[in-house]
Design a protein around this ligand. Structure first.
Ligand SMILES: Cc1cc2nc3c(=O)[nH]c(=O)nc-3n(C[C@H](O)[C@H](O)[C@H](O)COP(=O)(O)OP(=O)(O)OC[C@H]3O[C@@H](n4cnc5c(N)ncnc54)[C@H](O)[C@@H]3O)c2cc1C
Length: 427
């Protein structure tokens, strides 16, 4: 058994973990380790071979592997960063001892001064949404199908129905079409798509693939292999509209019905989780409620743009390095950031005081429902921090706003974020 000591240990070698490692080194961490369970670094980006990554970070349109490759090369070139691939972390203790298993090294045990969780997220499956019907072959999550097509060279089917219009579902509709399959339809429970507008246009409309909003799948047919699905309309309460059912023949059903941040390790350590993001509650340094444990990327909240994942990795890496060197300001008090009317989630969920002079904090928010012509307002007891008009706000597209911490004092009880239609009093 190996036992080693590091300044910063990072669990997960996706874009969040890679950015965190580089940023930790830049901020003064001498020895950093990345533990990644997959055979290579890069996380889920390795299977995302379409372009559109890196517009913010590099002002270029890269593929997923292209974007990840830029970070992987820098990590591999840095002798202060140790990388263990095929190393699955099984347990983390509050004293920052980490246990992982690897097929080549056996049990790995290491200790760190600071730990960053960057484990990403996984997909919800058929079991999680309980679609009635038989249990034939041919039902996959969209991400599993993406891996099969893009990395393993298999087509999961030729006649496809997709349930869920999040980004992965939309991208797979285009991918399967380009591979010669017929995509019958994308079926979405909500009255709006949960994906980026650009993906609705480029992946569905450009290929004339029907999108059935406010519809769901009520039955999966076929005993050995999927032969079709029953689809029905739903009302405003998401109840089936009687008589609206129709049948779509298919040999493959892809599910893109949500992502779940991978927080088994966080939960086992009693790290406080946010019931809406399903990720750890973090402050502006991405420090969790357990001192010296940080988190970044999809494990905190599901992102739509990888550029923001890297940005969060930068913050967590820098903060962890400062913590390891005893330079991170010790929090004396927290001010909670609360999502109210019109906003579903906000990260970070709290600001720790004191803040540095001139410090700015970037808030990442998701709208509750689509709104045109709305006003985003961020207030404290001392007054408005931000008021911004948004021509369009959609749950599928992260809203980002920077707040200056100058107006946040120990007396500010909380920071409230709202998104109101301009017709209802939003300025
Ligand atoms: C299936 C899927 C497809 C996606 N497709 C797209 C897309 O096409 N376009 C797009 O913009 N975004 C896509 N995304 C969003 C994408 O996840 C993010 O943009 C970004 O990759 C998240 O980065 P991350 O580092 O937080 O997580 P990830 O990229 O998921 O990386 C997390 C890493 O942690 C590792 N890990 C987890 N647990 C452990 C453990 N216990 N021990 C060791 N290692 C561990 C995982 O193996 C993984 O490599 C997709 C997401 C999913 C889940």
């Amino acid at each position: 058994m190996n036992k080693q000591f590091f300044d910063v240990a990072i669990i997960g070698g996706g874009p969040a973990g890679l950015a965190a490692a580089l940023s930790a080194r830049k901020a003064g961490a001498k020895q950093v380790v990345i533990l990644e369970r997959d055979v290579e670094l890069g996380g889920i980006l390795q299977q995302c071979i379409h372009n559109g990554f890196g517009l913010h970070r590099f002002q270029e349109e890269l593929t997923g592997p292209g974007y990840a490759g830029r970070f992987v090369r820098m990590v591999r070139a840095d002798t202060g960063i140790t990388v263990y691939t095929e190393a699955m972390v099984l347990e983390v203790a509050k004293d920052k001892t980490i246990w992982a298993v690897s097929p080549t090294l056996g049990l790995i045990q290491l200790s760190a001064r600071a730990v960053i969780f960057a484990m990403g997220c996984r997909e919800r499956t058929r079991g999680a949404i309980r679609i009635p019907g038989y249990r034939p072959a041919g039902v996959f999550t969209a991400g599993a199908a993406q891996r099969m097509v893009n990395m393993e060279g298999f087509l999961p089917g030729k006649n496809i129905v997709i349930l869920g219009s999040g980004d992965i579902g939309l991208i797979m509709a285009r991918r399967m079409t380009l591979e010669g399959a017929k995509v019958q339809a994308v079926v979405e429970l909500m009255p709006f798509s949960n994906g980026l507008t650009r993906n609705v246009v480029q992946c569905l409309e450009d290929f004339a693939i029907p999108l059935h909003l406010s519809h769901t799948i009520t039955f999966v047919h076929g005993r050995e292999r999927v032969t079709g699905v029953s689809v029905a309309a739903v009302d405003a309460n998401r109840c089936i509209v009687p008589g609206s059912e129709f049948y779509l023949p298919c040999d493959c059903l892809l599910l893109s019905v949500g992502l779940i941040p991978e927080n088994e390790l966080s939960r086992a350590m009693d790290i406080c989780l946010d019931g809406l993001t399903n990720g750890p509650v973090v402050d502006q340094y991405r420090q969790t409620c357990v001192s010296g444990f940080f988190a970044a990327g999809n494990v905190v909240h599901v992102h739509d743009l990888v550029d923001f994942v890297s940005e969060e990795g930068d913050i967590a890496g820098r903060s962890a390095a400062l913590f390891a060197n005893g330079e991170l300001p010790l929090e004396k008090q927290y001010i909670n950031v609360k999502a109210e009317t019109g906003i579903r989630t906000v990260v970070p969920q709290r600001i720790s005081l004191p803040t540095a002079a001139g410090e700015k904090v970037r808030l990442f928010m998701r709208a509750q429902e689509p709104l045109t012509r709305s006003t985003l307002t961020i207030t404290t007891t001392a007054g408005k921090l931000v008021e911004r008009k948004l021509p369009v706000a959609k749950p599928g597209e992260m809203i980002v706003a920077d707040i200056s911490t100058e107006k946040i004092s120990p007396d500010s009880q909380e920071i409230i974020v709202t998104l109101l239609p301009q017709s209802l009093g939003g300025a």
